[in-house]
Write a protein that binds this ligand. Structure first.
Ligand code: URA
Length: 237
C-alpha cells in the first residue's frame, strides 16, 4: 500500500496532509525518514511512525452513533435527514449502518466497513441481542409481558421469537430484548398487545451498552479495540 494512503486510511491525516507531511520528512518507515508519498509499504509488517507515534493499521472500523430521533437510516434525502450526516466527513462514504432504526427511534446505531461482521450481527440465527427502552401509550399488563416473552403475532402471521421483557420505571415502560430485527418489530410487538409505542430507544446491541460508551445524543466515535472485540466475539472472527 502507498505510504500516503496508509496515513489516510488509518485516519491519521487526509491524503493531501499525508503527502505534505511525508515530503517534509515527518513520517518514518522502520525508523528512517521516507519522503516519498508513493512509497510501497506493508501495513502488516512495516512500522510507520508519525509525530512520535506508531500508527496502527486497522482494516475494519466500528463506529457507534447515539442516534437522535428525526434522522433516517437511508441515503434518500426524500425520506428525511440522513443519519450519515452525523458521521465525521472521513467516514461518511466508508462506513455503512448495521441494520436500521426508524426515524423516530433513538439510540445505539453501529456503522462499519466490515460487511461480514455486520451480516453476523444481524442474522437472527446468531441470537445477537438488542435491548430497547420502550415507552407505551397505555399500561402494560403482566399478561402482555408473558405474551411478549413467548412470542406474539406481528400482524401478518409472523410470530416474534421469545424476548426478554423487564418492567421500567412505571407501568407503561419496558426493557425489551430481542434478537431479530424485523421491520418495525418492537412497534408491531406492542400493537399485538393492543398498545402503542410512543418512545423507542435502543440502549444496547451486540453486548455494547450505550451507557458504558459515554456518547452524547447526536454524537459518535470509533470503538476502541476492546469494545470492538466484544462485537467480534459474536462472530468468532
Ligand atoms: N423496532 C421498531 O419498531 N423500530 C425500530 O426502530 C427498532 C426496532
Amino acid at each position: 500500500m502507498r505510504l500516503d494512503k496508509f496515513l489516510s486510511e488509518t485516519n491519521t491525516l487526509t491524503r493531501s496532509e499525508a503527502k505534505a507531511a511525508i515530503k517534509k520528512g515527518q513520517v518514518f518507515v522502520n525508523g528512517s525518514v521516507n519522503k516519498d508519498p508513493g512509497a510501497n509499504i506493508s501495513e502488516t509488517t512495516d512500522e510507520i511512525r508519525f509525530q512520535n507515534r506508531v500508527i496502527e493499521y486497522r482494516k475494519f472500523l466500528y463506529f457507534v452513533l447515539n442516534k437522535p430521533a428525526g434522522y433516517v437510516v437511508s441515503e434518500n434525502e426524500e425520506d428525511g435527514e440522513p443519519v450519515s450526516k452525523l458521521l465525521p466527513e472521513e467516514y461518511k462514504s466508508r462506513l455503512k449502518p448495521v441494520g436500521r432504526l426508524d426515524k423516530n427511534t433513538s439510540g445505539l446505531l453501529l456503522f462499519t466497513n466490515d460487511g461480514e461482521t455486520a451480516h453476523i450481527l444481524l442474522s437472527p440465527k446468531n441470537h445477537v441481542e438488542k435491548t430497547y427502552l420502550v415507552k407505551c401509550e397505555k399500561d402494560v399488563s403482566d399478561e402482555d409481558i408473558r405474551r411478549l416473552s413467548e412470542g406474539v403475532n406481528l400482524g401478518d402471521g409472523e410470530i416474534s421469537l421469545p424476548a426478554k421483557v423487564k418492567r421500567g420505571e412505571d407501568e407503561t415502560e419496558l426493557y425489551l430484548t430481542i434478537h431479530e430485527g424485523k421491520y418495525h418489530q418492537v412497534k408491531r410487538m406492542m400493537v399485538a398487545t393492543c398498545n402503542k409505542v410512543i418512545f423507542l430507544k435502543r440502549i444496547s446491541f451486540g453486548g455494547l451498552a450505550l451507557e458504558n460508551l459515554s456518547i452524547e445524543e447526536g454524537e459518535g466515535r470509533l470503538l476502541n479495540s476492546e469494545e470492538a472485540d466484544i462485537l467480534l466475539a459474536k462472530g468468532i472472527k
